[in-house]
Ligand binder design. Structure first.
Ligand code: PMP
Length: 404
């Protein structure tokens, strides 16, 4: 039995094939804090692969609040929210988040992934429908896999396809359209106004995953629904603390009844330990800073606009990005690994995104901005990208002569 399992697992050679070429880019150990510069292999590396959009993970006030919470409450809660794992600061944070995103109520989960697993597996039943954008995050897909409902996907951001799919569903069924607010690899923003119009027309509800939108778009960074002034039209808003909010954990916000239902049905909440005191305190402190220092979000967008200008002037293909997530399309798996490796050796960290995560003709470098980057760091990274494309011979350049 054991032998058979090992034989089966030994057939997995994807990672070894990349290792054999000396190009393996995953699980790179970082020997310093996550900031705009990190230390890898004793070398200074510019970080353009982080989700810490506001650059708050090393903020002294957040670190101080985290330490204080550990002193007061200890290092862990040793139980689920449902039983012995609820602290007063969990409730404080829930109230604060509900207000921030404009909903009646919210509940915390220990990761954003668990929010989508727990919520999507319980909110609809056998005769209902979950309708997804094909590029929705893996946690949404997996949550739907755990649901008894029927799952339908429409082509990315294609409102005609969404209407085609909605129009043939039974009128009496519950239908929930579930979308990313900002798509995590492509960086484009969901077409929420059109989705709201279609949801009204066909009697569907809407859930938005704001993992990459919180702290980035909307009033004071309060997310996608706020960005479009459509908060009342979105039924459920989830997000994570692992990106702009500099911590770990996640939440879902909605009306009182829906949140109460989720608290008594979502298994990844009820049967998993609650967020640690330190994680909760760091989110509360991050929210204080976002409120007190709106210039951080403005700087994130200045940096984004500056990087977009430099990159598009050089002919890089950034797809349809509208956010600090810039997909730099290479459209060739092998060259994407080679460019990532060249950049790592040259002192720039970016994330390669290759098939099967995206179709092989869509492989890309995921280049993401932080509020704490300087223009000089962005210039250095772009110069090194230009050199990497030349050395590797990437031809997916719009104005090729500029790169040669
Ligand atoms: N949704 C989206 C769109 C994400 O990108 C992620 C994280 N990559 C998650 C959910 C899960 O969040 P967490 O990291 O808190 O598990």
């Amino acid at each position: 039995m054991v032998k058979k399992l090992h034989e089966k697992i030994a057939q997995f050679q994807d990672a070894n094939m990349i290792r054999a070429q000396g190009l393996y880019p995953f699980f790179r150990p970082i020997e310093s804090g996550q900031d705009t510069e990190v230390i890898i292999n004793n070398q200074r590396v510019l970080m353009f692969g982080s989700n810490s959009y506001l650059g708050l993970t090393n903020h002294p006030k957040i670190k101080e609040a985290t330490k204080k919470a550990i002193d007061k409450y200890g290092s862990g809660c040793a139980g689920s929210r449902f039983l012995n794992g609820t602290l007063d600061i969990h409730i404080d944070l829930e109230n604060r988040l509900a207000k921030y995103v404009g909903k009646e109520s919210a509940v915390l989960f220990s990761t954003g992934f668990q929010v989508n697993l727990g919520v999507l597996s319980c909110i609809t039943g056998r005769n209902d429908y979950l309708i997804l954008d094909e590029y929705d995050h893996a946690s949404i897909i997996d949550g739907c896999r755990l649901s008894f409902s029927k799952v339908i996907k429409y082509a990315h951001n294609d409102m005609n396809d969404l209407e085609r799919k909605l129009s043939i569903l039974p009128e009496e069924a519950v239908k929930v359209v579930v979308v990313d607010g900002i798509f995590s690899m492509e960086g484009d923003i969901v077409k929420l106004p059109q989705i709201v119009a279609l949801a009204d027309k066909y009697g569907a509800n809407i859930m938005v995953d704001d993992a990459h939108s919180l702290g980035v778009i909307g009033v004071n960074g309060s997310g996608t629904a706020s960005h479009f002034n459509l908060t009342d039209k979105v039924d459920l808003i989830m997000s994570t603390f692992s990106k702009s909010l500099a911590s770990l954990g996640g939440f879902i916000a909605s009306d009182h009844d829906t949140i109460d239902y989720i608290k008594h049905r979502a298994r990844s909440l009820m049967f998993s330990a609650s967020m640690t005191p330190g994680s909760v305190a760091s989110v509360l402190a991050a929210l204080d800073i976002i409120e007190a220092e709106p210039e951080r979000i403005a700087k994130l967008w200045d940096n984004t606009n500056y990087a977009v200008k430099l990159l598009t002037d050089e002919g890089f293909d950034l797809g349809a990005s509208e956010s600090p997530i810039l997909p730099i399309y290479i459209r060739d798996n092998a060259k994407t690994f080679q460019v990532t490796n060249y950049l790592q050796n040259a002192g720039v960290f970016v994330n390669p995104v290759v098939s099967p995560a995206v179709p092989s003709d869509s492989s890309l470098l995921r280049f993401s901005l932080m509020a704490t980057h300087t223009f000089a760091q962005i210039e250095e990274a772009v110069d090194k990208l230009i050199a990497a494309f030349k050395v590797v011979g990437v031809d997916n350049i719009k104005e090729k002569e500029k790169i040669q």
